[in-house]
Design a protein around this ligand. Structure first.
Ligand code: ADP
Length: 767
């Protein structure tokens, strides 16, 4: 018998018999259908599920043939205007026809017939049911479906009902659920279900496995991470304790190995180590204690290098590194000879004074090498802060010991050679007086107990061989000068420079450039040219540089077999000569006289010229003159006035004339009194209208009585006079002993006249 019921189309939902679904309907048509079903069809309606969920307006032909007759269990209008409806599936029905419902055209009316369940074997149904139940239990166990399903199916005997109930619970696809709707045979549906449950169980099992794998992987890695972190922490803690323990051990071992005799110093270091032990790793003081311990424990408290004692060997080594400089070499040999006899002999504090480039620094290094001592250089030129020498107190931020302690640590021995360079250029100002600190360091009576501000404890410096250098003897601080053994190194003569070039500079330059004398040979004439025309110095530093430059230029140009460096080659490589040999006075005129002076470049000839003009008896002096020289001009003038008769100057009226004295060589400061005799001669030469030969030079201080007094730098002055072409030189008799230092070949070529009284010059030049 055909029945009719209004149709409710469901798009995404499936309703199976025995299943209940709750719907919230907002569209008017659906609500009308519900109300129609309620009002005219005893709350019953036909539910059709659309096969194609995407279809907006399905054709009637697209609708399924099997529908579910459902009962509206309740409906409720919600405050939001929606209609909540609970439907319960009753049975499957075959769709026989679909029509528009009377006047309400958009409502479909379905003609249907209840589907008859075909006959089936009870046993088979039982077996299928049991299998399904068993599988459901398994499925519940593995959390595939909620436990509540067991209650739902508990007393269900009918296989058809069972399959519908279970299928509703399973997460089946829409299409599969449609198949469940369309299949009326419970056995077939039961088998559907077994297949689906099987699949679901398998999927579930695989999911579980994957999840476990993922979980265990995650846990493993998390566990590993946590363990690793913990291990790191433990290791760090253990490491800290361990490394601190090791550090303290090594400090203590080091202290024991040093054998510091002074118990107070020993105790102090122990206290510092103890402080370190108690201190936390984050304490800011920690690094300062470590720093201090690193300094104090690395000082050579008891470590001496073994000095060379073989005098012949030492002499040989010194001669090999430096030409001449015999007085310094002798001093060293004397000291070692004395030390060989008595270990406690005091070392000299040598101070090498001389112009730059004469070998002061390199000789000091060579002394250290010859004696097998360590070497350290401290430059004090421009130094005004004594803390550089004796350290900053530990309370200062970033404090450290002074240079002497630093040098000892670097050398690692208690008896090195320490070179203190340019002691004449220290500065005494508000920051301190480095000279008096240097005295503490050098003075034998004090330096046994030298205390560096940072180290805070006495350290014996008396085993150090100090060598000082200075350019000007006069500028060495007086309190220091007193304690020094000053050895003056003077300018080298042309001949000495030639020898140094050939024996010392060139061999080491050949070595430096991987050349042999066969490959490149400097002719004497070229060396002479380079010395006279391309360098202008007392020492040989510039000479060495120029030789190196010639060598490199040739290396670029030539292939090396028998290259001869001739004067022509020098000219082509170095260009026009930079310095011509100077004879400053081109032509002798009255009032023009050569004096001698010493500058940073060594000894040189400084011409003095004087002229007279009408005036009132004034004297004017020009040419970078310092006060001492001003005074010696006054002395010379007074001496001349006083001896007018003796010098036969009666005709000259000094009161109506102004005198202008000019010292040539701009740029050279003239500060000594040694120009006294030259000034006197210049004035006399002018008044007496007598020319002084241009190859005559003189040096000496003059007194009001005409006595000629000793001057400094005689060797340099004589060498300067010789280098600049002088033939006759007047010097004070008091400087006689200094002539011993002047190379013999120069003494042979110069006429040197030693005088005590100015009259001797007068007689020689004016009579
Ligand atoms: P200073 O310290 O007096 O300014 P250096 O010791 O620096 O001079 O010497 C400059 C260069 O001259 C060095 O290469 C040095 O070897 C060389 N020299 C100086 N005097 C001599 C010498 N008497 N014998 C050999 N080489 C010398």
């Amino acid at each position: 018998m055909k029945n009719t019921l209004p149709v409710l189309l469901l798009k995404t939902l499936i309703l199976l018999p025995n299943q209940e679904v709750k719907l919230e309907l907002s569209n008017d048509l659906s609500c009308d259908i519900i109300s129609l079903a309620s009002s005219s069809f005893h709350n019953e309606l036909i539910v059709l599920s659309l096969k194609d969920q995407m279809e907006e307006k399905p054709e009637i032909s697209d609708l399924p043939n099997v529908a579910i007759v459902a009962k509206i269990k309740n409906n409720l209008l919600l405050p939001n205007g929606k209609l909540r409806v609970t439907l319960r599936g009753l049975y499957r029905a075959e769709v026989k026809g679909l029509l528009n419902y009377q006047e309400q055209e958009d409502i479909l009316e379905c003609q249907y017939e209840k589907m008859i369940v075909p006959k089936y074997e009870e046993i088979e149904a039982l077996a299928v049911s049991r299998k399904i139940e068993e599988m459901i239990r398994d499925y519940v166990k593995c959390d595939g479906v909620p436990n509540s399903i067991l209650n739902v199916i508990k007393n269900v005997i009918d296989l058809g009902k069972l399959t519908d109930l279970v299928a509703a619970f399973l997460p089946l696809s829409f299409a599969r659920k449609l198949e469940y709707i369309e299949e009326v045979n419970p056995i077939v549906r039961g088998n559907f279900l077994i297949d689906d449950l099987h699949l679901e169980l398998e999927v579930n099992r695989l999911e579980k496995k994957l999840e476990e794998k993922f979980q265990s992987g995650l846990e493993e890695s998390q566990k590993e991470f946590i363990l690793k972190e913990k291990l790191k922490e433990i290791e760090e803690e253990l490491g800290d304790v361990h490394s601190k323990y090791e550090e303290i051990n090594s400090y203590t071992e080091k202290l024991n190995s040093l054998g510091i005799e002074n118990p107070r110093i020993n105790q102090k270091i122990k206290n510092e180590i103890h402080k370190l032990k108690l201190m936390s790793e984050v304490s800011p003081e920690l690094s300062s204690i470590r720093n201090y311990l690193d300094w104090i424990l690395n000082l050579p408290w008891n470590h001496f290098s073994k000095d060379e004692t073989d005098l012949v060997l030492i002499k040989k080594r010194l001669d090999k590194s430096h030409f001449g400089l015999d007085r310094v070499k002798d001093k060293i040999l004397e000291y070692i000879a004395a030390k060989n006899r008595c270990q406690n002999v005091e070392s000299p504090i040598l101070c090498l004074v001389g112009p730059s480039g004469v070998g002061k620094t390199t000789l000091a290094k060579s002394i250290a090498d010859s004696l097998h001592k360590e070497f350290y250089k401290i430059s004090v030129g421009g130094l005004n802060d004594s803390a550089i020498l004796n350290g900053h107190r530990r309370t200062y931020l970033g404090s450290s010991p002074g240079k002497v302690i630093e040098g000892l640590k670097k050398c690692g021995t208690k008896n090195p050679v320490i070179l203190i360079d340019e002691v004449d250029k220290m500065v005494h100002d508000y920051k301190g007086d480095p000279a008096s600190t240097l005295l503490d360091i050098l003075d034998k009576s004090q330096n046994k107990f030298f205390v560096d501000h940072y180290i805070e404890e006495e350290f014996d410096l008396s085993n150090i061989l100090f060598i000082l250098t200075a350019n000007y003897k006069e500028e060495i601080p007086y309190e220091l000068y007193d304690r020094l053994e000053v050895v003056e190194l003077s300018s080298y003569t042309l001949e000495e420079k030639m020898k140094i070039s050939k024996k010392y500079l060139l061999p080491s330059l050949y070595l430096e450039h991987g050349l042999s004398t066969k490959q490149m040979k400097f002719l004497d004439a070229s060396l002479k040219d380079i010395i006279l025309h391309y360098t202008n110095e007392a020492g040989v530093r510039d000479l060495e540089r120029t030789l190196r430059s010639v060598m490199r230029k040739l290396i670029v140009l030539e292939d090396f077999e028998d290259v001869k460096v001739t004067p022509e080659v020098v000219l082509s490589l170095l260009g026009a000569p930079k310095y011509e040999q100077k004879i400053m006075i081109k032509e002798s005129v009255p009032g023009l006289v050569n004096s001698l002076a010493v500058s940073g470049l060594g000894g040189r000839v400084l011409p003095i010229e004087t002229c007279f003009y009408d005036g009132n008896g004034n004297v004017k002096v020009t040419g970078l003159v310092e006060k001492a020289l001003d005074e010696s001009i006054e002395v010379a003038f007074s001496y001349i006035l006083r001896n007018q008769n003796k010098f036969k100057l009666e005709t000259c009226d000094f009161k109506t004339k102004d005198l202008h004295i000019h010292l040539l060589e701009a740029g050279v400061k003239k500060d000594g009194t040694s120009a006294g005799v030259a000034i006197t001669t210049s004035i006399l030469s002018l008044i007496k209208n007598t020319c002084i030969p241009k190859n005559v030079a003189m040096t000496g201080e003059i007194t009001l009585n005409g006595f000629v007094r000793k001057i400094g730098g005689l060797k340099d002055k004589i060498i300067g006079a010789y280098n600049e072409g002088m033939k006759k030189v007047f010097i004070p008799n008091e400087n006689h002993n200094d002539l011993l230092d002047v190379p013999r070949e120069i003494l042979e070529k110069l006429e040197i006249i030693e005088i005590d009284d100015y009259e001797e010059i007068f007689k020689s030049l004016f009579m």
